[in-house]
Design a protein around this ligand. Sequence first.
Ligand code: NAI
Length: 402
Amino acid sequence: MALRLTQRLLQTQTPFLTRGYPMLVTKEKSEDVAHTKSSLQKKVTRTDIPSAQYGGRHAVTMLPGGGIGPELMTYVREIFSYCGAPIDFEVIDIDPSTEGNDDLDYAIMSIKRNGVALKGNIETKSQELSDISRNVAIRNELDLYVNVVHCKSYPGIPARHQDIDVVLIRQNTDGEYAMLEHESVPGIVESMKVVTVENAERVARYAFEYARQNNRKKVTTIHKANIMKLSDGLFLECANRVHKDYPELEHDNMIIDNTCMQAVSKPHQFDVMNMTNLYGTIVSNVLCGLMGGAGLISGRNYGDHYAVFEPGTRNTGTAIAGKNIANPVAMINASIDMLNHLGHKEHANVIYEATYQTICNDAIRTPDLGGNHSSTDVVENILKILSAKRVNWPHGNYFNQL
Ligand code: NAI
């Protein structure tokens, strides 16, 4: 079974375009940018599979994952139910310790049917080569080739730096995560880092389009082309080539080592960053750490057909599971991104404002943010604020239906 999946993963390294699928990206939110050449040239009409919608409600796949995932999903469902967000979740539990990949296959099929998912992190416990990461499998199988983490500081939250506003754009399917490792002779292990023109150009185009459509000024491509001359050299070369279509934007590049130092000492110099898979996760963890940790910021995964929303640093938080201390904000932010993506902007806005008020103004914060409140204190405060807003709620009937 594991072998079958590995073979399928390798097959899906071939981009959808070359397999005859139409290329299109939804553009229902300002930060969801149309980025493929065909969609930008408007040569394609909306012919891809529409996301599942029944009577104005969207069906969304929910993958709670391990660790703190299930409790965070409970909070999201409580908030959605309270404000009548028109979402029906199809909940699928993936247990990585079970034999076979039936649950993973079912989850992927569900996301293909619904188009959108909200996801916790699925822990990869095994060191067996054949036991691949379920998280990586989902991203590869759905060709979710770009990951976006918008690191924007929350005022007043104790952090090493304030006023950070950096958008991290990460290649999400190949690079160092190709999972192609072998022991060529005993004692010598080789690991392949795969960079393709197709994927390097797609992610660079997303970064430049994001910058253009969101009035950003500069894209910085992160690399190690001084050592990995072919792989990172190609990634940088593709970014330089795509930049020619965006002359109004500044494009510079920085070596990953220096990037980590610069991010820690002077993070405000960055605007939009374009990165390979591993550098992307390292830099997003560094920046999230500088702004308050793993519990705040959300991450968005896009392909040409599907979108998956999750906490930005993708941790499982297994050590704090079940203790009522996990910060629910990153997962709530992921659910807000998902509502925006589906066009439910009023619901997204009221939940965002209530969450912002809770942690910034009311200072109801979990221990990771220096507070002494529980996860449920944070959620209850959000519900209290939503309750006070019922009078002015643009779709009061949603509440009345409860
Ligand atoms: P972890 O889950 O131990 O989290 C790192 C730290 O952040 C811990 O101190 C944790 O308590 C804290 N934290 C995380 N979420 C929090 C929240 N909501 N509120 C408060 N504190 C929170 O991270 P680790 O050890 O890096 O990874 C655990 C598992 O996650 C690994 O098995 C790995 O397989 C998987 N993982 C997967 C990634 C992916 O790309 N899919 C990326 C990183 C980890």
